[in-house]
Write a protein that binds this ligand. Structure first.
Ligand SMILES: NC(=O)c1ccc[n+]([C@@H]2O[C@H](COP(=O)([O-])OP(=O)(O)OC[C@H]3O[C@@H](n4cnc5c(N)ncnc54)[C@H](OP(=O)(O)O)[C@@H]3O)[C@@H](O)[C@H]2O)c1
Length: 259
């Protein structure tokens, strides 16, 4: 008997979402996979052993498009009923230096990373409340803790999602629903392949999926990793703000002034 009967993973076409899907499928969970690129989801399904292919439901959609997401969720319910687990993982990151901080890229990033995740959550929530069970997890980032250079919109989207999940947990835990915030450090994926700076303690997407799986089994309020990196972020979070700013400026100084 799998831990989760049915899971809905967004951002499942590559990176962390795809590795987590693999992990869940290997446990016998049925996985509905959402991302914009249907071809990548189908190619992933075709690469699986036959016994796992039937456990995959491709649900292509743009999480920033409410109507498309609504159709995808309706299809999921038609096929398998409401999911036991949602992992709102779809996200993007654009490094934005001063001259690139503009309305359209900021709006688009927040629409995917924050509002897209909130939209998915509001689809599953009524069904989980009615059933008095379910698990909602959202993928934030260690950059949610405090502002970092080049990441004004990204950090805000992840901080917003963390706060949303923390509040939600108060509201739904008495209704049998578990909520986790997942805050990774650097993970090797197509998203970080674009980063032009060194990424300390970067781990593989497979390792990230292992951390997430273990955290989900323990129903952790926050799943943060890799531990050596995430705990140093937690220490940085409690520094007085002027000290934090000076230290981050020193560590990242040459990079964040390069324009
Ligand atoms: N990699 C890291 O170091 C790191 C660190 C902290 C947090 N994270 C977070 O982890 C999550 C997964 O990222 P990743 O590193 O695995 O990157 P990735 O490989 O680029 O995966 C991002 C996923 O999100 C999907 N996606 C992007 N925009 C979407 C949209 N509008 N609608 C639906 N799906 C969309 C992408 O698929 P399509 O392009 O097919 O839509 C892809 O499946 C993100 O939320 C990211 O912010 C990553």
């Amino acid at each position: 008997m799998p831990q989760f009967g049915t899971a809905w993973i967004t951002g499942a076409s590559t990176g962390i979402g795809q590795e987590l899907s693999k992990k869940l499928l290997s446990q016998g969970t049925r996985v509905a996979m959402t991302a914009r690129h249907a071809d990548k989801i189908h190619a992933f399904r075709d690469s699986l052993p036959a016994s796992q292919q039937t456990l995959v439901l491709p649900l292509p959609a743009d999480v920033a498009n409410h109507d498309a997401l609504s159709r995808a969720y309706a299809k999921l319910k038609d096929f398998w009923g409401a999911p036991d687990l949602l992992v709102a993982n779809a996200g993007t990151h654009i490094n934005m230096q001063a001259s690139q901080i503009d309305w359209v890229p900021c709006r688009d990033l927040l629409s995917i990373n924050l509002l897209g995740a909130v939209d998915c959550i509001t689809f599953v929530l009524p069904d989980m409340l009615a059933r008095k069970s379910g698990y909602i997890a959202g993928v934030g980032s260690l950059s949610a803790y405090r502002g970092l250079p080049w990441a004004a919109a990204y950090g805000a989207s992840k901080a917003g999602l963390n706060n949303f999940l923390q509040s939600l947990r108060f509201d739904v835990e008495t209704h049998g629903i578990t909520v986790s915030a997942i805050n990774p450090g650097f993970v090797q994926t197509p998203l970080t392949d674009r980063n032009p700076f060194p990424m300390p303690m970067k781990i593989s997407a497979e390792k990230a999926a292992e951390y997430i799986w273990t955290g989900l089994l323990k129903k952790k309020k926050e799943i943060h990793f890799p531990p050596a990196f995430s705990w140093s972020f937690k220490l940085l979070r409690i520094l007085p703000y002027p000290m934090y700013h000076a230290l981050i400026r020193k560590i990242t100084g040459s990079a964040s002034r390069r324009e």
